[in-house]
Design a binder for this molecule. Structure first.
Ligand SMILES: *[C@@H]1O[C@H](CO)[C@@H](O)[C@H](O)[C@H]1NC(C)=O
Ligand SMILES: *[C@@H]1O[C@H](CO)[C@@H](O)[C@H](O)[C@H]1NC(C)=O
Ligand SMILES: *[C@@H]1O[C@H](CO)[C@@H](O)[C@H](O)[C@H]1NC(C)=O
Ligand SMILES: *[C@@H]1O[C@H](CO)[C@@H](O)[C@H](O)[C@H]1NC(C)=O
Ligand SMILES: [Zn+2]
Length: 278
């Protein structure tokens, strides 16, 4: 108990970004198991009345989850959703450490970066994970999905999404490795956070700037299901080993919203309600 409390207190300067080389805590800082502060746990869930069918019932702010006719995730039907004609430009500075948080509904790394797409500049806020993947591609499902969430100054969102497929040769996408060496176990409990070791984004940047990307306008896949989100979903998969997948799955549990109607067609909750016997 005492040790955990002391580490939590000692970790505060890391949040404020003090220089790694001047800190007397360099060794601690490099340890991936450093406990972070407590983080707020989301009130929505993926099961029962607080699950996707009940999100609007949690708050009037979530009304679009059950009424908007452009919602995510979707089945990326290649006869309807086309590939982007360009890739974004992405700059994610490598960092010595970042906060990794368990929000109860996902685990996310809080990070900075800048992405330019179709002439608009977005700020990267965080990336997080879903098990199983939320998007389908031609009705096929995948074990895991990562979302790199960006916002622009006008309040609009851009999400870069990557679907994972199980690796047959023991390879993980490189950006997963620093999370697996300890931080993921350290944030097993919802509401906990930890500090990662060094993060290198060169591989994931190269991935999103070179692979084919499906482009469509959708929503956030979590409450308040904000509309007008630009989605770029990679059409090439990232590898995740069965061991890494089991590690993520045991912490994330089931956190995928059900697949929504084709963009522009009636919200499925509204549609189902209209079909109930009077
Ligand atoms: C969850 O609900 C509680 C009680 O209504 C509230 O205080 C808290 O801020 C909510 N948490 C989030 C992350 O919205
Ligand atoms: C719901 O979506 C509409 C567009 O369909 C948007 O104008 C409105 O701001 C959204 N409402 C909320 C509460 O997000
Ligand atoms: C992101 O930028 C903020 C504001 O400049 C800074 O406080 C924070 O430490 C940065 N985060 C990382 C992971 O570098
Ligand atoms: C594993 O397989 C992937 C996809 O087929 C390939 O790109 C990668 O180079 C392979 N890695 C090793 C270590 O064999
Ligand atoms: Zn997400």
């Amino acid at each position: 108990m005492l040790v955990a409390t002391a580490l939590a207190v000692l970790s505060i300067p890391f949040v404020e970004g003090s220089c790694i080389h001047e800190s007397p805590l360099t060794n601690l800082r490099r340890s991936p198991q450093i406990a972070g502060r407590d983080v707020p746990v989301n009130n929505f869930s993926y099961i029962g009345v607080t699950g996707p069918l009940g999100w609007t019932g949690l708050s009037t702010a979530n009304v679009n989850c059950s009424t908007a006719n452009v919602q995510s995730p979707i089945n990326i039907d290649q006869s309807i959703i086309s590939l982007s004609t360009s890739n974004p430009q992405i700059n994610i500075p490598n960092v010595g450490s970042a906060e990794f948080e368990n929000l109860g509904t996902t685990v996310e790394v809080v990070i900075n970066g800048t992405t330019t797409f179709e002439g608009k500049t977005y700020s990267l806020k965080q990336y997080h994970f879903h098990t199983p993947a939320e998007h389908l591609i031609d009705a096929q499902f995948y074990p895991m999905e990562a979302h790199f969430v960006h916002t622009a100054l006008d309040g609009t969102y851009l999400v870069l999404a990557a679907l994972f497929e199980l690796s047959l040769n023991g390879t993980n996408a490189k950006f997963l490795d620093p999370l697996l060496s300890g931080p993921l176990q350290a944030i097993e409990k919802p509401g906990s956070s930890a500090y990662t070791g060094p993060l290198d984004f060169s591989d994931i940047t190269k991935f999103f700037t070179t692979v084919p990307l499906f482009k469509y306008t959708g929503s956030l896949t979590t409450p308040p299901c904000t509309v007008g989100v630009t989605w770029l979903v990679a059409g090439t998969f990232l590898p995740v080993t069965p061991q890494a997948f089991l590690g993520f799955k045991s912490v994330l549990k089931f956190n995928a919203r059900y697949v929504q109607n084709t963009p522009g067609q009636q919200n499925l909750i509204e549609l189902a309600a209209s079909q109930l016997p009077k």
